[in-house]
Design a protein around this ligand. Sequence first.
Ligand SMILES: [Mg+2]
Length: 174
Amino acid sequence: MRKKYEPTWLIESIVQLTPEMLKVQGIKAVLADLDNTMIAWNNLDGTKEIHQWLKEMKAAGVSVIVVSNNKTSRVSRAVAPLGVDFVSWSMKPFCRGINVAQRKLRIEKKEMVMVGDQLMTDILAANRSGIRSILVKPIVESDSFITKFNRARERRILKKLAKTDDLTYKKGIR
Ligand SMILES: [Mg+2]
């Protein structure tokens, strides 16, 4: 039921991903949503944890690229302190951002995973692109109307998915 919204995995936070977990899955690159996945609107510089996580990924040779629907000026401002590459105007739930990221990374689809906090953009885009995905809990509640509207719909979709699938947030992927 509603498989197009179904994430491959669910974890509480992107920082729980380790290079080892990704390696087991054959994943070489993390395509990360920006808002509420990597950073919160009220802390644009990012937390200590996200900086530490990015360092670990870099050291292990895992590529991290931000794939955001936001405009270029906003995304470049946000990723500057994080020091990662990005795709803006990604048009999730369409495949544009993921395709651009794949071209930049020059890797296969099975080597990428999309991580995001929204079923209706991040997870749907990943499923349409044929790549694996990870749903994370949003860092903070957003104040935007459109996000609130989407969240209400998401809760209904999650409820339906939960009838057939285990949708509890795990500590990692496997
Ligand atoms: Mg988001």
